[in-house]
Design a binder for this molecule. Structure first.
Ligand code: SF4
Ligand code: SF4
Length: 275
């Protein structure tokens, strides 16, 4: 993965030359045209993928224990995601890779008046769905966001010009924009201050970021940090092409739903909601 440091390409210069206007309607299919019937097949989605196909299963039957944010904390530390505690309104700058939301926000349209009352107060863990048919990838003019053969939707900070088309294209709010440098920089060297995880690249103001299923950890044979951190074992990650994997077993044994699956994005995060 590239960092935002020492960039060979001047993103702002690129924007000046290209002009956001020229990049907009002409280059990018309009709105949900991206997801109209046939678009998925035309984009190659659903075609057999050689090798692995990664997915996550979230057990949403009980919801997260009150106040538990272990998965979020592990993700933030692993990926140098700041809290912006120095900002008057930290939420304005919030960078969300994995977060919690209400059941109804996670699954709009599933509301009904006779549903379990406790669902209203339960928190569900949500993250990038690593969609098999990802609109974010199709709208990115620089290929800064792209899909690996194993299905993971990646970000290359180095190539991102900050146009935010991907944020407009993602129907799940899974992408965040760096309105300021995530970490203060040393005035003399320009290098970021001490990072929680020096092994993970930091980025700069003006680029988009999101969950990468901890690709850097997978490449070292590790599980995603959130999966490892969840003491309740509510997050299970694995290869759907492996018939013996935990994710396959859960999908076979339980009823699962996906977020806004009707949009045709083919999310690869599944939620167990029934026996
Ligand atoms: S959830 Fe959003 S950011 Fe993630 S792959 Fe799907 S469209 Fe892209
Ligand atoms: S903001 Fe999103 S669409 Fe624009 S270049 Fe960066 S990743 Fe691509």
């Amino acid at each position: 993965m590239s960092t935002g440091e020492g960039k060979g390409m001047d993103r702002r210069g690129f924007l000046r030359l290209a002009g956001l206007g020229a990049l907009s309607a002409a280059a990018v299919p309009a709105g949900w045209d991206l997801l109209k019937p046939g678009a998925a097949l035309a984009a190659g989605a659903g075609a057999p993928v050689a090798g692995r196909r990664y997915a996550m299963v979230v057990d949403a039957r009980t919801g997260c224990p009150d106040g538990c944010r272990d998965c979020i904390g592990a993700c933030n530390t692993t990926h140098n995601i700041p809290t912006f505690a120095d900002e008057p309104d930290p939420r304005r700058h919030e960078l969300k890779w994995i977060w919690q939301t209400s059941f109804h926000s996670a699954f709009p349209g599933n509301e009904q008046e006779f549903a379990r009352e406790d669902l209203e107060s339960k928190q569900v863990t949500v993250l990038c769905n690593h969609c098999q048919n990802p609109p974010c990838v199709r709208v990115c003019p620089t290929k800064a966001t792209y899909q690996r053969p194993d299905g993971i939707v990646m970000m290359d900070f180095h190539r991102c010009i900050g146009c935010r088309f991907c944020m407009a294209g993602c129907p799940y709010g899974s992408r965040s924009f760096n309105w300021r440098d995530p970490w203060p920089r040393n005035a003399a060297t320009g290098e970021p201050a001490k990072l929680p995880n020096p092994e993970y690249p930091t980025r700069m103001r003006g680029v988009v970021e999101k969950c990468t299923f901890c690709s850097e950890r997978l490449d070292r044979g590790l599980q995603p940090a959130c999966v490892e951190a969840c003491k309740e074992k509510l997050l299970v990650f694995g290869d759907l092409h492996d018939a013996g994997s935990g994710v396959r077993a859960l999908l076979k044994e339980h009823y699962t739903i996906r977020r806004k699956a009707n949009l045709g994005t083919q999310p690869q995060v599944y939620y167990v909601i029934g026996a």
